[in-house]
Design a protein around this ligand. Structure first.
Ligand SMILES: [Zn+2]
Length: 293
């Protein structure tokens, strides 16, 4: 289990899956085969599977313990959810909740759930199947995400030609939380408490946020899909196939990389391979990751 101490905070990685899952050349339109030899020492095999030419993108949550509060950041794909458009994520049955429990937290003890954006692999455990209905998994929690993403995907979901939004996850993993009265949507930048701050980072989706933690001067950034892969530290201009607004996705990524390099904040991404977190250092005109376990 990966556990990071930052000031008074403890951050624990809760794994859902970690396997080769996306063809590199379709995931990154800018992918070129030479990149493998250029970065082989760290890239293979924790971040890239050479045999299948697939990226190895982890899917995990971060459990943040601070000031007696338990906050779950990004909730993966979830169990039993029909996702025929993504066979690896279709009707999953993982031991995610058991892993959460092994980290010392039951669903009823989670105080807050935060979603960096509303894509299918960031909202899944928001709900669970109960007697044929999708109900909030964390019934004592407030769920925080951006109003902009909710408005954008809500509209798309209702469009008979484009809906259901995000592979059905808007209906089974977002709306039931709103209907249960547990959603707390934020617009723009927000201070959640003395440790946590939300900064808008639009591009990957219109309402993508980055979550900044500062405890006793120790800083971290939960970046969601602003960066999917550590190669994007070297290439902040690389968008994924899933980035909606190409220019703004690049701008928000560069701003996040510069923020980490400038403040020393540890990057806590959702999809990087082992060891799953890094610092970012400036090197020449660019940036390099310094992985920390
Ligand atoms: Zn994602």
């Amino acid at each position: 289990m990966v556990e990071v101490k930052l000031g008074a905070a403890t951050v624990t990685r809760i794994e859902e899956s970690y396997e080769p899952n996306f063809a590199a050349k379709t995931f990154f339109p800018d992918w070129k085969p030479e990149i493998v030899d250029e970065h082989r020492s760290w890239l293979v095999a924790s971040h890239y599977d050479e045999a299948s030419a697939m990226l190895k993108l982890s899917v995990h949550s971060w459990l943040l313990n601070i000031g007696g509060k338990r906050i779950l950041i990004d909730t993966c794909v979830g169990n039993h959810k029909p996702r025929p458009h993504r066979p690896k994520w279709h009707l999953m049955e993982t031991k995610y909740l058991e892993r959460l429990k092994a980290a010392g937290v039951t669903p009823d003890q989670v105080d807050m759930v935060m979603c960096t954006h509303l894509h299918v692999d960031h909202v899944g455990w928001n709900t669970r199947l109960d007697d044929g209905r999708w109900v909030p998994t964390f019934r004592n929690a407030k769920y925080v995400w951006s109003q902009d993403d909710f408005d954008f995907y809500g509209k798309l979901d209702k469009d008979p030609e484009k809906g259901p939004a995000n592979g059905g996850s808007f209906r089974d993993s977002v709306l039931p939380v709103v209907e249960a009265g547990l959603a707390r949507m934020v617009k723009g930048a927000a201070e959640l408490d003395e440790h946590l701050r939300i900064t808008p980072a639009p591009g990957h989706t219109p309402g993508t946020i980055r979550i900044e933690l500062d405890s006793r001067g120790q800083k971290a950034v939960f970046c969601g899909d602003i960066l999917h892969h550590a190669l994007q530290v070297y290439h902040p201009e690389w968008n994924s196939f899933a980035c909606l607004d190409q220019d703004n996705a690049r701008k928000s990524r560069r701003a996040t990389v510069e923020h980490c390099a400038g403040t020393g904040a540890r990057l806590l991404p959702c999809h990087f391979g082992a060891p799953f977190t890094c610092h970012i250092e400036s090197k020449g005109a660019g940036f390099v990751p310094r992985f920390v376990g």
